[in-house]
Design a protein around this ligand. Structure first.
Ligand SMILES: CCCCCCCCCCCC(=O)SCCNC(=O)CCNC(=O)[C@H](O)C(C)(C)COP(=O)(O)OP(=O)(O)OC[C@H]1O[C@@H](n2cnc3c(N)ncnc32)[C@H](O)[C@@H]1OP(=O)(O)O
Length: 248
C-alpha cells in the first residue's frame, strides 16, 4: 500500500513542483482547507531535476525581461537596508502524471508524450511565455505573459481560448499554492479589449475568499503600464483529494 502510494505520488510530483513551504490557512477561511497536504510533500519524492520553464530565454522581449527583473528583485522597503522580498517566483515544469482517471497506469507512450498544455511548444517564444510570482501571504499572484505568434485568434490578436487558458493557469496555480490539489469548477471571463499578438501583458489574480473547500479568485489582464484593461475574470476552485483526481 505504502509503496503504491509512493508510486502514485512520484507520478504526481510534476503537478506541484513549487510547494516548498506549508500553505498558510487562507484569510477569511470559514472552515478547514488542509494546511499541509500530501501533495506539498511530493517534491521531496521527485528524483530528477526537471527543466524550469519560467526562467528567461532568448525569446523574451525587453518588456518581459524588465518586468521579470522588477518582480524578481521587488522589495517591500525599497531603498532601505535588510530589504525583504515580497514576491516569490514559482517554477514551472511540463511533466505529466503517470496515472489517469480511475488510477489507471498510463502507457509508456502516453507518459512520455504527455505535457502540460501551456509548456508543450518546443520553439521558445512561439506560444505561451510566462512567469508567475506569488506574494508572501499568498493572497496575490502576478504573471508576466508574452503571447507568441501561434496564439493568433482575430487577425493580429490573441485567441480568446489562449487568454482563458492563461487565466485558468494563473488562478489555478494560485489556488494550488494555497490548497493543492484543486480543480477548476467555474471560470467566468469578460473580454474587454483585444490583446495584440506578440505583446506582453500582466495577469493578476487575487484570493477573494474561501468557503470550506471552495476558493474564489478574481483575475484581471492589463497592459504592463496598467492603462489598458484587456480582460476580467472570476474563478472558483474546489479543493479535492488525490483520490478524487485518480478516480476521475
Ligand atoms: C498544480 C499546479 C501546477 C500546474 C499549473 C497549471 C494549473 C492549471 C490549472 C488548470 C485547472 C484545470 O483546468 S482543472 C480541469 C477542469 N476542471 C475539471 O475538470 C473539474 C471537473 N469537475 C469536478 O471534478 C467536480 O465537479 C469538482 C471537483 C469541481 C467538484 O466536485 P466535488 O468534489 O464532488 O464537490 P461538490 O460537492 O460537487 O462541490 C463542492 C462545492 O463547490 C460548489 N460547486 C461545484 N461546482 C460548482 C460550479 N460549477 N459553480 C458553482 N459552485 C460549484 C458546490 O455547490 C459545493 O458547494 P457547497 O455546497 O460546499 O457550498
Amino acid at each position: 500500500m505504502a509503496r503504491n502510494l509512493a508510486r502514485i505520488l512520484r507520478g504526481c510530483g510534476s503537478l506541484v513542483p513549487f510547494m516548498k513551504t506549508p500553505a498558510r490557512p487562507p484569510r477569511s477561511s470559514s472552515s478547514s482547507i488542509p494546511v499541509r497536504t500530501l501533495v506539498e510533500m511530493l517534491p521531496s519524492l521527485f528524483s530528477s531535476k526537471p527543466r524550469d520553464f519560467s526562467l528567461p530565454n532568448s525569446s523574451w522581449g525587453e518588456e518581459m525581461m524588465r518586468l521579470y527583473e522588477h518582480y524578481n528583485g521587488h522589495t517591500e522597503t525599497e531603498g532601505e537596508e535588510n530589504q525583504e522580498r515580497k514576491w516569490n517566483r514559482l517554477p514551472s515544469y511540463n511533466r505529466s502524471l503517470k496515472y489517469a482517471a480511475g488510477g489507471v497506469y498510463l502507457s509508456k507512450l502516453i507518459q512520455s508524450k504527455a505535457r502540460l498544455f501551456t509548456r508543450n511548444i518546443r520553439d521558445p517564444g512561439a506560444a505561451f511565455e510566462y512567469v508567475l510570482f506569488i506574494d508572501k501571504e499568498k493572497e496575490k499572484c502576478v504573471c508576466i505573459f508574452q503571447a507568441g505568434h501561434l496564439l493568433e485568434g482575430p487577425p493580429g490578436h490573441v485567441h480568446g481560448g489562449a487568454i482563458a487558458t492563461m487565466i485558468d493557469t494563473v488562478t489555478g496555480t494560485h489556488a494550488s499554492a494555497i490548497s493543492a490539489p484543486v480543480l477548476t469548477a467555474n471560470l467566468n471571463i469578460d473580454y474587454r479589449s483585444p490583446i495584440p499578438l506578440g505583446s506582453t501583458v500582466l495577469i493578476e489574480s487575487t484570493l477573494e475568499k474561501t468557503e470550506g473547500r471552495k476558493l474564489f479568485i478574481s483575475c484581471k489582464v492589463t497592459s504592463t503600464d496598467g492603462s489598458k484593461r484587456h480582460t476580467d475574470a472570476t474563478a472558483l476552485f474546489v479543493s479535492v483529494s488525490i483520490g478524487h483526481l485518480l478516480k476521475g
